[in-house]
Design a protein around this ligand. Structure first.
Ligand SMILES: Nc1ncnc2c1ncn2[C@@H]1O[C@H](COP(=O)(O)OP(=O)(O)OP(=O)(O)O)[C@@H](O)[C@H]1O
Ligand SMILES: [Mg+2]
Length: 380
């Protein structure tokens, strides 16, 4: 029997059939990009920042004139040499760039770049640009300048999008680049600079707070969870189209309920439930999926848990049990056997820095729903 492809996707950014909801946000980004306006997308990790930009760019691609999109993920760039090489590679692949009209495309392209990379070719014959390790910040800034200027030129006739994903990583890679980008955005108005990032305090200091290098330059889009009204029809449709429907709508609702609010977790649980099911996705398949996910991670959960102080463990377990009335109250401190609310606050801060606990809807919660289930089940 042919195996059906699992229709749920929790790898990297999703778009098209794997994307649900966020209609207003996508439309807002598409409009901004058409109008050469910059955008900064912020959200906690795995909320769908990269997916939103991907989906907006995909929609823009279907319009005329076709946009030019250059995107780099800064977390995937270990050095400025890598970042600069990636920028040039993506720029060169922009369809209809001014160099494509020249007889000698590659030299025509390279003439625009003051710091020359070495060029090799991949197995499809496409150029790959590399800079020797150790490219310094000034040279990297020149590469960014040249890319930006070229995109400005392209942007005279069509949308031109320069997307830095995981922008918070610029802090370590090139501390002055945010300032440089501000100057470029001031000078070259035909480019939409798009930034996305998850570490709230780093994004604040780079883009959002007064005195930040890119303050007030970009339109801010802060993503919240995707509502259940968008999830349930999506889950039902995906499962049905792959030939293994949910046994009842309530099972899809329960997938959402067990994994929400992070989109990554919802798609992951749907993926595992689909795998566990035979003909239809039943409550039993869902229960097996949760069990499987917890068992798979149990060793890591135990290791993480063991490293915490006794007080931190008690706070974590209390949060896993359900939203507390008020973590700042004396009752909560007593319940978790800590001296006072100052000790609770300290424990929460440490758990937050470890990304185990997040702030959600004015309270605190264990970030990973399967870790929370493991804690409730007393797996330690
Ligand atoms: N609109 C969406 N519809 C359906 N699933 C989504 C959506 N947005 C995100 N997801 C799910 O969440 C996962 C993570 O999405 P994405 O990589 O876009 O998040 P992110 O916020 O950029 O994460 P990170 O903080 O790791 O960069 C996707 O692989 C997908 O499973
Ligand atoms: Mg991302």
């Amino acid at each position: 029997m042919a195996t059906t492809r699992n229709p749920f996707d929790y790898g990297g950014p999703v778009s098209g059939a794997s994307f649900t909801g966020r209609r207003d946000e996508v439309a807002a980004v598409v409009h901004r990009l058409r109008d050469h306006i910059g955008v900064v997308v912020t959200a906690p990790r795995r909320y769908g920042k990269s997916s939103l930009v991907k989906q907006a760019c995909a929609e823009l691609e279907r319009q005329t004139p076709r946009p030019a999109v250059v995107s780099v993920n800064l977390l995937q760039c270990g050095s400025l040499s890598e970042m600069s090489g990636a920028l040039l590679r993506r720029l060169y692949r922009v369809p209809g760039g001014p160099w494509t009209r020249l007889k000698q495309t590659l030299p025509g392209f390279l003439r625009r770049i003051r710091i020359q990379p070495s060029t090799t070719f991949d197995n499809q014959g496409r150029p790959v640009f590399t800079f020797a390790p150790g490219l310094g910040p000034e040279d990297a800034s020149r590469v960014v300048d040249d890319v930006y200027q070229t995109m400005h030129e392209i942007g005279a006739k069509r949308p031109s999008v320069l997307f830095f994903d995981e922008f918070q990583a610029i802090r370590e890679l090139h501390p002055q680049l945010a300032r440089r980008l501000k100057a470029l955005a001031d000078e070259y108005g035909n480019v939409s600079l798009v930034l996305a990032g998850s570490k709230a305090h780093l994004m604040e200091s780079l883009v959002l707070s007064k005195g930040a290098p890119l303050y007030n330059m970009l339109e801010r889009l802060a993503l919240g969870p995707i509502p259940v009204e968008d999830w349930v029809p999506f889950l039902l449709r995906q499962a049905r189209s792959a030939g293994k429907p949910f046994a009842e709508q309530d099972v899809a609702l329960e997938v959402w309920n067990q994994a929400q609010p992070v989109p990554f977790d919802i798609q992951q649980l749907a993926y595992e439930s689909f795998n566990q099911a035979t003909d239809t996705i039943t409550q039993a398949a869902l229960a097996q999926a949760i069990d499987g996910l917890i068992r798979h991670e149990a060793a890591d959960y135990a290791k993480t848990f063991e490293k915490l102080s006794a007080g931190q463990r008690r706070v974590l377990k209390a949060l896993a049990a359900g939203p507390p009335a008020s973590v700042g109250s004396a009752e909560f401190a007593t319940a978790v056997e800590l001296a006072d609310s100052t000790s609770v606050r300290k424990a929460l801060k440490a758990l937050g820095e470890l990304e185990l606990v997040v702030r959600r809807a004015d309270t605190f919660a264990v970030d990973d729903p399967f870790f929370a289930a493991w804690l409730r089940g007393g797996g330690f």
